[in-house]
Each structure stands twice: as C-alpha cells, then as structure tokens.
Design a protein around this ligand. Structure first.
Ligand code: ADP
Length: 302
C-alpha cells in the first residue's frame, strides 16, 4: 500500500482573454472547479495504478471539503485519515489562464496548513510499504511521519515541491527525493536549471546526506534522471502530443510510489511513471487526466 500525506485543494480555474492588471476587473470566459492539491493528485495517480492508497490530510468543515473527500473516494483513494476541520476553509487554488496561455495562481492553504504532528502520530502506519509526501502540508507533520516510517522499514518518498527552504531539512529523512529541474536549481543554489545528465547528477548529489539515497529529477518531455551516489542514468520520456502538463509531476510521483509498493524495481518503476505522466499530459486537468494501470500497460506494450 501507499500512504500519502498531503494537500487537498479545490482548484477554481477561470479563463480570461487577458490577465487583469492591479485594480482592474475583467470578465471570465469560463469557470471550472476541480479536485486538486499535490497530495490529492498524487494519491489519485497511485490509486489509479491499482494499488491500495490511503491519503492523510485536512479539509475545511465546508461543503467543498466534503465534496472533495467524496471525489477522492470515487477515485478509489481511502480517505479515513482526512479530517474535516470546522471553521477553517478548505484549501483553494485560484487559477486564471489567459488566451496567451500565461497564468496567475493564488493558493490559499486553508486546512492544509493545520495538519499536525499529533494527527500523524495518532494514526497507525503499520504495513504501509511506501510513504509519499510533498511540501504543501507542514514539514513538522512530514517529519513525524518519516521518523515513524523509518522505524517500520517503510520507503520514504519526498516530492520536495514547491521548493521551500524548510523542505531541505527533510532530505536526510528520505529514501527517494523527487524534484523537477526548477526545484533542483533552487535547492542546489544554481543560477540556472541543469539540463545535461552530468550537470543534473552533480547538482542532485549536493542534496544527498546518506550514501543509500536516490534522487530522481524529472526533466519534462525528456523523462527523468535517476541519481545515486555511484551511478546516474536517464530514463527517456515517452513521445506524445502534450495538451496540458498541469499535474504531470504529480502523476509521475503517484505512479512511481504505486509501482514501487507493488514490488517493481526502480528503473522499471521510473519507466512506468514516465509512461503514466506522458499519458496524463495528453488530457486536460490534473486528477481526471491520471491514467489507470491498464492504459499504462497498453501504452508501454506499444
Ligand atoms: P513538473 O510537472 O513538476 O514541472 P516535469 O515537467 O518534469 O515536472 O514532468 C514530470 C514528468 O512528466 C516527466 O518526468 C515526464 O515523465 C512527464 N512529462 C512531462 N511533460 C511531458 C511531455 N511533454 N511529454 C512526455 N512526458 C512528459
């Protein structure tokens, strides 16, 4: 099983001709509401791969919180560890997308910021093979989970996104760290994004604190680099026509966690995660675009 600790958001996506300037009001062309948040998206991606997936997190005591939980359950995610906090708003992302494809996004953490170490400590993670976290819930809660997981022999995966200074303190507690090129540049304090495998591996090794750690750097359409202390290799991405890359990283992380929990070896799991993410960029939306296991297997068989 996969145990995800992470954020749950209501994403409100409005299309506009042009982004508003400060003080300006513009008419939206359309409005769509989606289940979002990195934790929720990654849990959906893992569950769609056919692996039992539990999500721990917090929503508000409002209608949207209950609605998002129901939606998650509809995707097969176990939501018994998602608390509904009265008097607190559910996390929301307000996204404006212009005709030029430029966007502006405001994320309010709401209930996601209220996930506590106590909430984590009160649950049992006995029997959870893989723990998967991102940085949209408090680092203190992640630390508690990873310390407990270490005692139970679980594989601890951290997708250190978004790039936050407090994220780096968790690196020593992780077994697999997943970052994209922008996040790698931020954590490794580079002034530009590393591109070539050689540059990527040098930068990634700066984030290692133990010899047994693995760092996976996602490289967009190029695929992903796997960096360990003594080896680094590229797992090439799948060639597809991208329609919407929002949620590609989340699909990759969820699929990777699921395939590792199912016992796949790392190189094959990264190959499968690339395939799942490539399928997801061919469809609009984050959660609705996550492919299921049969679709991924069929795609890999070509
Ligand atoms: P993020 O979504 O965090 O910016 P990336 O852009 O690196 O992360 O994408 C994550 C993964 O999604 C990649 O490692 C790759 O497997 C897949 N992916 C992203 N964009 C494409 C694309 N245009 N074609 C095929 N696969 C893609």
């Amino acid at each position: 099983t996969v145990f995800v600790l992470g954020s749950i958001n209501l994403d409100a996506v409005a299309r506009v001709d042009d982004l508003p300037r400060p003080g300006e009001t513009v008419a939206g062309l359309s409005l769509e509401l989606f289940l979002g948040g990195k934790g929720a998206n990654q849990a959906v991606a893992a569950a769609r791969m056919g692996v039992a997936t539990r999500l721990m997190g917090a929503v508000g005591g409002d209608d949207s919180g209950a609605g998002l939980k129901a939606k998650l359950a509809g995707y097969g995610v176990q939501v018994g560890d998602v608390v509904e906090l009265p008097g607190v708003p559910t996390g929301q992302a307000h996204v404006w997308v212009a005709n030029s494809a430029e966007n502006m996004i405001v994320v309010t953490a709401g209930a996601n910021a209220m996930v506590t170490p106590q909430q984590v400590a009160a649950t049992t993670i006995e029997g959870q093979r893989v723990l998967l976290c991102q940085l949209e819930t408090p680092a203190t809660a992640i630390e508690t989970l990873f310390r407990a997981g270490s005692a139970k022999g679980a594989l601890r995966i951290l997708n250190a996104a978004p790039a936050l200074p407090q994220g780096a303190a968790l690196f020593p507690l992780t077994d697999i760290l997943i970052v994209n090129q922008t996040e790698l540049a931020t954590y490794a304090k580079l002034d530009r994004e590393p591109v070539k495998l050689e540059e990527v591996s040098v930068a990634a090794r700066k984030l290692m604190s133990r010899p047994d750690q693995t760092i996976i750097v996602t490289l967009g359409a190029a695929g992903a680099a796997v960096v360990r202390r003594d080896e680094a290799f590229l797992v090439e991405g799948k060639k597809v026509k991208a329609v919407d890359t929002v949620g590609a990283g989340d699909c990759f992380c969820g699929a990777l966690a699921a395939t590792l929990a199912a016992g796949m070896d790392l190189a094959e799991a990264v190959e499968t995660a690339n395939a799942a993410a490539a399928l997801s960029v061919q469809k609009a939306g984050a959660a609705p675009s996550m492919p299921n296991r049969r679709e991924v297997e069929a795609f890999l068989e070509g």
